[in-house]
Design a protein around this ligand. Structure first.
Ligand code: FES
Length: 187
């Protein structure tokens, strides 16, 4: 009898829990619908205005960069490398276009038509985010003459393509366009 009572009270408790759960779920669903309806105007209010978008782009004067030189700047608070390739580096990058690469991309795919000497990449190693060397005078450019990440030994070639080491991807090329012959807008 005592065990029957115990069984009864267990069942009652289970049902009670189930009933409470159902009420809870129903309340959450109603709240979810309410939240969704207030979310739409909120999202449209949160869309960035034109001046915020403009502030998130960066203009870089590439006219003063000599062949073989790179500059380091920042884009959206992250390092950005802009490099002017020499004719030899362009030839080397093109000769390697068909090489067996981890993240295959041609030089043409990483630069703009008519400006294949200007290489714009993020200065962020695609392994764990260190800043690779090679943009400043005298820095180690790695085994492929581009950039070298000393954190775990990733080597990028003259087109910023990953050739050796743990990084899985090429240095990212951000969205950019030529505003004039000498000025690019990144972002
Ligand atoms: S962060 Fe560059 S190799 Fe690991």
């Amino acid at each position: 009898m005592a065990s029957d009572t115990a069984a009864m009270s267990d069942t009652d408790t289970d049902e009670g829990v189930r009933r409470r759960d159902w009420i809870h779920i129903a309340a959450l669903s109603t709240a979810g619908v309410g939240a969704a309806s207030v979310l739409i105007p909120l999202v449209s209010q949160m869309a960035p205005s034109a001046d915020v978008l403009a502030a998130s782009s960066t203009e870089v004067d590439v006219g003063a960069i000599q062949p073989g030189q790179s500059i380091k700047t920042t884009f959206r608070k992250q390092p950005l490398f802009v490099k002017r390739l020499t004719p030899e580096e362009i030839a080397e990058a093109k000769a390697d276009d068909g090489a067996n690469m981890r993240d295959p991309q041609t030089l043409a795919e990483r630069t703009k038509e008519g400006n294949e000497d200007i290489l714009v990449t993020m200065g962020v190693c695609t392994h764990l985010g260190c800043v690779p060397l090679g943009a400043a005078e005298g820095e180690n450019k790695g085994e492929f003459g581009g950039y070298f990440c000393p954190c775990h030994g990733s080597h990028y070639d003259v087109a910023g393509r990953i050739r050796k080491g743990p990084a899985p991807l090429n240095l990212a090329v951000p969205e950019y366009s030529f505003k004039t012959d000498a000025v690019i807008r990144v972002g």
